[in-house]
Write a protein that binds this ligand. Structure first.
Ligand code: BG6
Ligand code: MG
Length: 221
């Protein structure tokens, strides 16, 4: 059996935290006097906190001083942290644990590749931290997805060639990052949205062990 590096995004792949990000951004928008819709929140998936605030202020047509910008970044995160405070294993998305267990059983290296600076505490809360050989998150990167930096660092830390890595992603920017890193990109979500991915599954319940075996044996280089 070949060894591949399996790299998981966090938000929207392992846990459904997009709803908490949304509620925290919506609160800030409302405090600033405008609406922020679920549809607009789609643009925030996979995007760094700083970039999200820039987009939010564009939506509200608000010009901020550097000081205000920094304050709002902190405020949003304080609210987000309140939402995730009580997260537990019940919030792990369907069949994520089954896939992680199977990959562990097959001795495959596993990494997290996330834009979030809150990744580690979330994995701890839901009890999945021990599965990961390395965590690369918003604290370790300088360039946001679709730049491939986060996944390239993950591959390096796993000691696996980037062509031998598989990325699970729910965001368009994440699929693009995986593709430009030369990795196998697996979209988790809607085919129409994630059409640049090598394969797309609605969620992990649709991904059987035969497919995981194929991924382990694929030769993309
Ligand atoms: C990504 C989310 O995983 O992390 C984005 O999809 C979020 O919506 C980004 O903005 C940064 O997260 P955090 O936790 O550092 O604010
Ligand atoms: Mg995501």
């Amino acid at each position: 059996m070949n060894k591949k590096g399996f790299i998981f995004d966090l938000d929207g792949v392992i846990v459904d935290t997009a709803k908490y990000h949304y509620l925290a951004w919506k609160k800030l928008a409302n405090d600033l006097g405008f609406e922020f819709t679920v549809e607009q929140n789609e643009m925030f998936k996979g995007v760094s906190r700083k970039r999200c605030l820039e987009i939010l202020l564009d939506i509200g047509k608000i010009e901020a001083t550097q000081e205000q910008f920094d304050t709002w970044m902190i405020e949003k995160n304080v609210d987000y942290l309140k939402y995730i405070e009580n997260m537990d294993a019940s919030e792990i998305l369907p069949d994520v644990s089954r896939v992680l267990d199977y990959l562990k059983e097959k001795n495959q290296p596993i990494a997290l590749g996330s834009a979030s600076k809150n990744a580690k505490p979330i994995l701890e809360k839901v009890g999945l931290l021990p599965y990961f050989d390395t965590i690369v998150d918003g604290n370790n990167v300088t360039k946001a997805k679709p730049n491939p930096e986060v996944f390239l660092i993950a591959a390096e830390q796993l000691g696996v060639n980037s062509h031998d890595c598989v990325v699970f992603e729910d965001a368009v920017a994440g699929i693009q990052a995986a593709n430009s890193a030369g990795m196998i990109s697996i979209g988790i979500g809607e085919k129409t949205v994630l059409n640049e991915a090598d394969n797309v599954f609605t969620d992990f319940t649709q991904m059987n062990n035969t497919f995981l075996n194929e991924l382990m044996n694929i030769d993309k280089a």
